[in-house]
Design a protein around this ligand. Structure first.
Ligand SMILES: Cc1cc2nc3c(=O)[nH]c(=O)nc-3n(C[C@H](O)[C@H](O)[C@H](O)COP(=O)(O)OP(=O)(O)OC[C@H]3O[C@@H](n4cnc5c(N)ncnc54)[C@H](O)[C@@H]3O)c2cc1C
Ligand SMILES: NC(=O)c1ccc[n+]([C@@H]2O[C@H](COP(=O)([O-])OP(=O)(O)OC[C@H]3O[C@@H](n4cnc5c(N)ncnc54)[C@H](OP(=O)(O)O)[C@@H]3O)[C@@H](O)[C@H]2O)c1
Length: 427
């Protein structure tokens, strides 16, 4: 049996990429399915699928046009020898600038105009204007330390160099510049730059696979794997842009062709309780719903008797209620014991997040946890998961009659580390 992994992916067939948000939604979330064919690829609920994306042809050809490459020039990348066109399509991330590339331009500036590049290594020559005569002397230091009235020889006047200096000397300016730009923007902002194909690729970020929490149970969908994907689209500086992998799946990947490089990324920790009688509480707003749809399918297939409680949320009930029918069917059948819905952008209704509903149901949550329930969180790591974590501690403190310190220890040490029944899949 072939072992597929990120270095040797299986080329799978995308069989569906349905938009599951309303056509007028401010978000585009898709249900994406793949046929695993005769790959022998297996997974369990809780696992993730790795996808290896490609850069769009149009972006590659526009970039090569600006660089005066014809595409057939050979380069050596971390993946071996390739044409520059293949490398820009498959080996490197070219949809967003990286800091390393901008910092690496120092080589360019130092070879074409050594004095100007001295900002990083210390200026060595300044000119003193004293009356009518001028003489050179040696000096080094930072710009702000120039003696009054002294003008450094070779101070940058070239806009390309001025821009580069402003970025490498100011971390905030660098982050701001990187946030909304790609190499096409950089080349138009720094028109004096030219590169050989090998020079250009040498400081690019390597193209990385993206992981997606699997949204299906293999028993409910034999031979298939399904995802719930939030498509990243934005417009900056007059051009539509987006996330590398989500745009690849939504716009570029063909349906019904065995052409999508993929591999399984199994989890050891984000798993269902072994005992199907155990209750589970799941918190998964937005695309965080993915593994919980899989959990619910699996517990239904397994005829597990444990109770299932799901906290879901998104912007509006009318436009972003993902898998509404399936969830309602599970409520009707009793498989979903409780479904609590938090809508954050409904007109005339106060903004509600999943943790607000958790807090309102603190006593009941505590009684499930006290009875041994597992507690799962999936979705946004930076904000949601932190707030849910703190809310869980507050609930344990209030309804478990613990001090703040004990509640923190109960959640972070006992539930999370020792009993492994507080599990997170956050990104
Ligand atoms: C274990 C795991 C499971 C995951 N599961 C899922 C899942 O089930 N569903 C899902 O959708 N995702 C999931 N993700 C996230 C997923 O892996 C990708 O990170 C996500 O799809 C974005 O990938 P991308 O290549 O399209 O975007 P990238 O090319 O990686 O770009 C994303 C970046 O774009 C930038 N960006 C976003 N908006 C803007 C803007 N307006 N202007 C400028 N820059 C912007 C941000 O810096 C953001 O980090 C998961 C991640 C992990 C690690
Ligand atoms: N690493 C990546 O590249 C990547 C890619 C995709 C997604 N993500 C992250 O994964 C998350 C999932 O994206 P998504 O589109 O599925 O959903 P989302 O943006 O997380 O939105 C889902 C719901 O969560 C709400 N929310 C916002 N802040 C919250 C908080 N502090 N606590 C609880 N709920 C909160 C949102 O409300 P409001 O928006 O109305 O405030 C919305 O109702 C994104 O937020 C993003 O940060 C990361």
């Amino acid at each position: 049996m072939v072992e597929y992994n990120s270095k040797n992916p299986y080329y799978g067939e995308m069989i569906e990429k349905r938009v599951i948000t309303h056509p007028d939604s401010t978000k585009e979330t898709r249900h994406i399915s793949f046929d695993l064919g005769k790959s022998g690829l297996e997974y369990k609920v809780g696992d993730a699928l790795g996808i290896i994306p490609q850069n769009p042809n149009e972006l590659v050809s526009d970039l090569m046009g600006l660089l005066n490459f014809n595409g057939s020039e050979m380069i050596v990348s971390h993946l071996g020898e390739a044409t520059v066109e293949d490398a820009l399509t498959n080996h490197y991330e070219i949809h967003r600038l990286c800091k390393k590339f901008i910092q690496g331009l120092e080589m360019k500036f130092s070879s074409s105009s050594p004095k100007i590049s001295a900002r990083l290594v210390g200026r060595s020559r300044t000119q003193v204007n004293s009356g009518e005569s001028a003489f050179d002397w040696d000096w080094s230091g930072d710009e702000e330390d120039y003696p009054e009235g002294f003008t450094p020889v070779g101070a940058a006047t070239d806009p390309t160099l001025l821009l580069w200096e402003s970025l490498v000397n100011d971390a905030d300016a660098m982050e701001d510049y990187l946030w909304s730009r790609d190499y096409i923007d950089l080349l138009s902002d720094m028109p004096n730059l030219s590169f050989t194909p090998q020079e250009f690729v040498s400081n690019l970020d390597r193209l990385k696979p993206r992981l997606y929490s699997i949204a299906s149970s293999p028993d409910a969908h034999p031979g298939e794997v399904e995802l719930t994907v939030g498509i990243v689209r934005y417009n900056h500086h007059g051009r539509d842009r987006g996330g590398l992998c989500t745009i690849y799946m939504a716009d570029l990947a063909a349906l019904n062709e065995k052409s999508i490089p993929m591999f399984m990324s199994p989890t050891r920790s984000f798993v269902l309780p072994k005992d199907g009688d155990t209750d589970i509480i799941m918190v998964g707003p937005g695309t965080g719903i993915a593994p919980f749809r899989a959990f619910l399918e699996q517990r239904e297939m397994d005829k597990s008797k444990g109770r299932n409680w799901f906290f879901f949320g998104d912007r509006t009930s009318t436009h972003e209620y993902l898998y509404e029918e399936e969830l309602n069917d599970w409520v009707d059948s009793g498989h979903l014991t409780r479904l609590d819905l938090a809508w954050s952008r409904m007109e005339n209704i106060p903004k509600t997040y999943v943790q607000n509903l958790m807090a309102q149901n603190g006593e009941e949550i505590w009684s499930w946890i006290d009875g041994g329930a597992y507690f799962y969180v999936c979705g946004d790591k930076n904000r949601m998961a932190k707030d849910v974590h703190n809310t869980l501690i507050n609930i344990c403190q209030e309804f478990g009659n613990m001090s703040a310190e004990d509640a923190k220890e109960f959640v972070e040490k006992r539930m999370m580390k020792e009993e492994k029944r507080y599990l997170r899949d956050v990104y």
